[in-house]
Design a protein around this ligand. Structure first.
Ligand code: ZN
Length: 401
C-alpha cells in the first residue's frame, strides 16, 4: 500500500499483494470502492505519525504486507504496525510525537457518547460528519449527518466538526468506516492543534468486554480494537493519543440512564434517519426503545408491528448482538410478554437478580483508563453508578462460557 497526503486529501495505491476485499479488525469483509478521500479543514503540518495513523484507519483492511508513507514515521509507530498487523511500514525517520495533555471525546450524539460527556464535563468534542464523495454516488441520503452535526453544535460544548467522505471508500457492505477507528481519523489529524493526549470513545461494556457484534457471547479481555494492549490501542498510544473508554465498564442500560439524566439529553440522538426526532421504525430505534423502557420502568412504545422485518428478528432464537440488554429488558419492561419481544422470552430466564450486574461498573475497565483521567472516571462511577460485586464481575468474565 502506498499512501500520499495533499491538503486534506488522502490517496492510496494498492501493491500487487493487496486485495480489494479485505477484513476489518472486527473480521467483517469490506470491499473497496475508491482509493481516495478528503478531510475538510485539517492542518497540513501535523506530526507525520498522525498522518500515518489516520491513513491506517482507512487503508488497514486492504493492506497485506507493507505500507509506504509519503513522509517518515517514527520507529515507535512502525513497530506498532509491525507488532499489531505484521506490516512493514516506512520510511522510518524522526522521533515519536509527544503525548498531549487534552482528552477530547469522539462525540456522535448517541447515548453512549452523551454518557461519556456526562462523566467528562470539561472535555471538548470532536464530531465526525459524513459528506458526499465527488466520485461515488450517495444512495444513502436518508443518513442525516447534517442533523447530528447540528445537534452536536447545540450542546454548547467546545466542538470541532471534521467533515469527510472517507466512508465512501467502502463499496460493501455499505458506506461506512473501513475500520471502526476511522471515526477518529479527523481527530488524529487535529491532535497537535488540539494538544490531544487521549480520545474518549463511547464504547460500552458490551463492545469492550462482551465481544459486541464480533465475538458474540464471549468474554473479550484482549479485544484487538479496544483493549489498551491490543493492536489499535498500542498504535494510538505510539502516536501520543491514547484510546480512552470512559463507559467501557458499564452497560447500555447505564449509559442510557446517564444520558437521559444529562444536561445534553435534548441533543441526544442515536438514530441516523430522523430529522425532527428519532425515526422510531429502524432496528436501532426498536432496540434502544427496549433499553429506554427498561430504564424508565414503563411498557414499550413503538409504532412497529410484529410482522415488520426489524421486529421479526426477535422471533428467532438467540444469539443476538447486544443479548445482555435483551435479557435486561425482558426482566424489567412491564407487559413485555405481549410486546414485539414477547417471543424472545421463551429463550431466557432473565430476572432482576440475574441481570443486576448490568446496572454496575466492571472495575477492570477503570484500571485501563490512562493515569491523568482515571481518577475522574473512577470517582464518577463510584458515586453515580456503583462498582460490581465479585459475583457480578464473574457474570462478565463467564459471559458466553
Ligand atoms: Zn431510527
Amino acid at each position: 500500500m502506498r499512501v500520499t497526503w495533499s491538503g486534506g486529501e488522502l490517496a492510496f495505491r494498492l501493491d500487487p499483494e493487496d486485495e480489494i476485499t479485505g477484513r476489518a479488525a472486527d473480521d467483517h469483509p469490506v470491499k473497496l470502492a475508491t482509493n481516495s478521500c478528503h478531510f475538510q479543514d485539517v492542518p497540513a503540518d501535523a506530526h507525520p505519525d498522525l498522518f500515518a495513523v489516520a491513513a491506517w484507519t482507512v487503508v488497514a483492511p486492504w493492506t497485506r504486507r507493507r505500507i509506504t508513507f509519503d513522509r517518515g514515521v517514527s520507529p515507535e509507530v512502525a513497530a506498532a504496525l509491525h507488532d499489531g498487523w505484521g506490516i512493514e511500514a516506512g520510511p522510518v525517520s524522526g522521533t515519536a510525537r509527544r503525548t498531549g495533555s487534552v482528552l477530547a471525546i469522539s462525540y456522535s450524539g448517541g447515548a453512549d457518547s452523551v454518557a461519556a460527556a456526562a462523566i467528562l464535563p470539561e472535555a471538548p468534542f470532536v464530531h465526525f460528519k459524513r459528506v458526499s464523495h465527488p466520485r461515488v454516488p450517495n444512495r444513502w441520503t436518508h443518513y442525516r449527518s447534517d442533523v447530528l452535526a447540528r445537534l452536536a453544535a447545540q450542546t454548547g460544548r467546545e466542538l470541532t466538526t471534521v467533515s469527510s467522505d472517507l466512508e465512501f471508500t467502502l463499496a460493501e457492505p455499505r458506506p461506512g468506516y473501513p475500520e471502526h477507528h476511522a471515526v477518529a481519523a479527523g481527530a488524529l489529524l487535529l491532535a497537535d492543534e488540539l494538544d490531544l493526549g487521549g480520545l474518549a470513545f463511547g464504547y460500552e461494556l458490551g463492545s469492550r468486554w462482551l465481544g459486541g457484534d464480533r465475538y458474540l457471547l464471549r468474554f473479550t479481555p484482549d479485544n484487538p480494537m479496544w483493549a489498551p494492549h491490543g493492536a489499535w490501542g498500542r498504535l494510538f498510544a505510539a502516536a501520543g493519543v491514547h484510546i480512552v473508554l470512559p463507559v467501557g465498564g458499564v452497560s447500555e442500560a447505564v449509559t442510557m440512564r446517564l444520558a437521559l439524566n444529562s444536561p445534553l439529553k435534548d441533543q441526544l440522538r442515536w438514530c441516523l434517519r430522523g430529522v425532527d426526532g428519532p425515526c422510531r421504525t429502524c432496528g436501532k430505534c426498536l432496540y434502544k426503545e427496549l433499553i429506554q423502557a427498561a430504564v424508565e420502568g414503563r411498557p414499550i412504545d413503538t409504532p412497529l408491528s410484529a410482522d415488520r422485518p426489524v421486529a421479526r428478528k426477535w422471533l428467532q432464537p438467540p444469539p443476538y448482538g447486544g443479548q445482555e440488554m435483551i435479557e435486561y429488558g425482558l426482566a424489567r419492561v412491564p407487559g413485555i410478554e405481549s410486546s414485539l419481544f414477547g417471543g424472545a422470552r421463551r429463550y431466557f430466564e432473565a430476572s432482576l437478580e440475574s441481570t443486576s450486574w448490568l446496572d454496575h461498573c466492571y472495575p477492570p475497565a477503570l484500571e485501563e483508563i490512562p493515569d491523568p483521567w482515571r481518577a475522574q472516571v473512577r470517582d464518577f462511577m463510584t458515586a453515580e453508578v456503583g462498582l460490581m460485586t465479585p459475583e457480578e464481575v464473574r457474570k462478565v468474565e463467564e459471559w458466553g462460557a
